[in-house]
Design a protein around this ligand. Structure first.
Ligand SMILES: NC(=O)c1ccc[n+]([C@@H]2O[C@H](COP(=O)([O-])OP(=O)(O)OC[C@H]3O[C@@H](n4cnc5c(N)ncnc54)[C@H](OP(=O)(O)O)[C@@H]3O)[C@@H](O)[C@H]2O)c1
Length: 366
C-alpha cells in the first residue's frame, strides 16, 4: 500500500462513514416513500407492480416478463467495451435503447445517443426520463480518486433514476468475497451496488471477474503481456484463481435478467466454466497464439513496481494498471450459481473465449 498514503485512506474512511449515514437516510426516505405508496395502493409499491418482488420476499416463482414486451432502456456506458455490445443486443431483443455518453456527437453505436455525465445529476435525470430500466456500466478506474468519484456517481445515478421514475437498475460489477481483504477497486465496485439503490430503485447486480473480449481492459492486459514478453517475472498473483467469462456470455446474462421478475433486487455471480490461475491463463493464450512463454514467479515484486512495468509493456495506463494489479491478490471465482437456473445456457470455455477475442481483433484490424 506504499503509494496510497495516509491522506488517501483517511479520505476513504471518511467517505465510508458518510456513505453509511446516507444509506441510513436513504432507507428512511425509502421507508417513508413506501408507507405513502402503501396508503395510496394497499397492494404493492409502484416498482413492484410491474417487475414483481425480489426473490427473498416472493412466496412463489413469478413468471418471466413477457419476452415480446418492448421496454425503454437507458444504457449508461453505451460507448464502452460492454455497453458497445449490449446496445445492439437489446435492440435485437426488441427494446428501445437510449445510449448515454458524454460525447453523443462522436457516438456511432446502436440506440439513440443522449448526453449525460454521471457526476451531473441534472443531465442524468433528463437522460433517464421515460425509461423503465437503466443499465449502469460506468467506472473511473483511470482516476486516482476513483473510490470517491465512483461512489458520488453511483449515488447521483440512483437518485436521478428514482426522480425519473425508472423502475429498476441493472449493474455489472465485480466478483470477490466480502470476507476477503478486497482491493480498493473491488471494494469500490461492491460499494457502488449499495449506492445505486440508495433512493429506492431496486438494483440487479451481475458480478463478473475478467471479461474476455476484444478491447476489454483486463483481457487486453493479458494479451499484450503474452505478446510483448516471451519470459515474464511475475509476483505472487500469478497463483491467484480467477473465473473468466466471454463477453458474449456477459451480454446474454445482461439481456436475460432484464426480462426476469425474479432477478429484481438481487446480486448474481457470473463466470465461465474454467477456474484458472492468472499464470495458466497467460500460458493458454500463448499456446493458442503459438508462442513460447516462460512465467517465473518472484514473491518480492511490489504492486507499484508491477504497475509501472505493466504500463511500459502494455497500453494500460499506470493508474488503471495499479488498480488491476492490486485486485489480482483477490480470488475472483463464482460462489453462487443461481443465475444458471434463471438464465440457462452453457457458457463458453476459456480457450474458445480467447479464440473469439483474437478473431474479433483480427476482424477489427482489417
Ligand atoms: N472489462 C472487464 O473486464 C470487466 C470485468 C468485470 C466487471 N466489469 C464492469 O463492467 C462495467 C463496464 O466496464 P467496461 O469494461 O465496459 O468499461 P469501459 O469500456 O471502460 O467503458 C466505461 C464507460 O463509462 C462511461 N463513463 C465514464 N465516466 C463517465 C461519466 N463521468 N459520465 C458518464 N459516462 C461515463 C464511458 O462513456 P463516455 O466516455 O462515452 O462518456 C464508457 O462508455 C463496469 O461497471 C466494470 O466494473 C468490467
Amino acid at each position: 500500500m506504499e503509494e496510497f498514503d495516509d491522506g488517501y485512506w483517511s479520505a476513504f474512511r471518511e467517505h465510508d462513514r458518510r456513505v453509511r449515514e446516507e444509506l441510513v437516510d436513504g432507507r428512511r426516505h425509502l421507508f417513508e416513500a413506501e408507507m405513502k405508496e402503501d396508503r395510496r395502493s394497499p397492494g404493492r409499491p409502484a416498482h413492484e407492480a410491474r417487475l414483481g418482488r425480489p426473490r427473498e420476499v416472493q412466496k412463489a416463482r413469478q413468471p418471466p416478463i413477457s419476452e415480446s414486451e418492448s421496454m425503454k432502456v437507458l444504457v449508461a456506458g453505451a460507448s464502452g467495451f460492454v455497453g458497445g455490445r449490449l446496445c445492439p443486443a437489446l435492440q435485437e431483443a426488441g427494446h428501445e435503447v437510449r445510449a448515454m455518453t458524454r460525447h453523443p456527437e462522436t457516438y456511432r453505436g446502436a440506440g439513440e445517443p443522449v448526453r449525460a455525465d454521471v457526476l451531473d445529476g441534472k443531465s442524468l435525470a433528463a437522460a433517464a426520463q421515460g425509461c423503465e430500466v437503466a443499465y449502469y456500466l460506468v467506472h473511473s478506474l483511470d482516476d486516482a480518486n476513483f473510490v470517491l468519484r465512483d461512489a458520488n456517481a453511483a449515488r447521483a445515478f440512483g437518485y436521478a433514476a428514482a426522480k425519473a421514475g425508472v423502475e429498476r437498475i441493472i449493474y455489472l460489477g465485480g466478483l470477490g468475497e466480502d470476507s476477503d481483504d478486497l482491493s480498493a477497486h473491488l471494494r469500490s465496485r461492491r460499494e457502488v451496488e449499495a449506492l445505486l439503490g440508495c433512493a429506492d430503485v431496486p438494483v440487479t447486480t451481475l458480478r463478473a471477474g475478467i471479461i474476455v473480449g476484444h478491447g476489454g481492459i483486463s483481457w487486453e492486459m493479458t494479451r499484450q503481456l503474452v505478446e510483448h514478453l516471451p519470459a515474464m517475472i511475475t509476483p505472487r498473483w500469478v497463483r491467484t484463481k480467477t473465473q473468466p467469462i466471454a463477453v458474449s456470455d456477459v451480454i446474454r446474462y445482461l439481456v436475460g435478467v432484464l426480462e426476469l421478475a425474479e432477478a429484481v433486487g438481487r446480486a448474481f455471480d457470473i463466470g465461465g466454466p474454467d477456474i484458472l490461475e492468472y499464470g495458466e491463463m497467460m500460458r493458454r493464450v500463448a499456446a493458442i497464439e503459438g508462442r513460447k512463454l516462460v512465467v517465473v514467479p518472484v514473491p518480492l515484486l511490489s504492486p507499484s513496481l508491477s504497475a509501472r512495468w505493466l504500463s511500459l509493456v502494455t497500453d494500460v495506463d499506470a493508474q488503471t494498471g495499479r488498480s488491476l494489479i492490486d485486485s489480482m491478490s483477490n480470488e475472483v471465482i463464482v460462489c453462487d450459481n443461481s443465475i444458471r437456473a434463471l438464465v440457462p445456457f452453457e457458457p463458453m470455455d476459456y480457450n474458445s473465449a480467447v479464440a473469439q477475442a483474437l478473431g474479433e481483433r483480427a476482424e477489427a484490424g482489417r
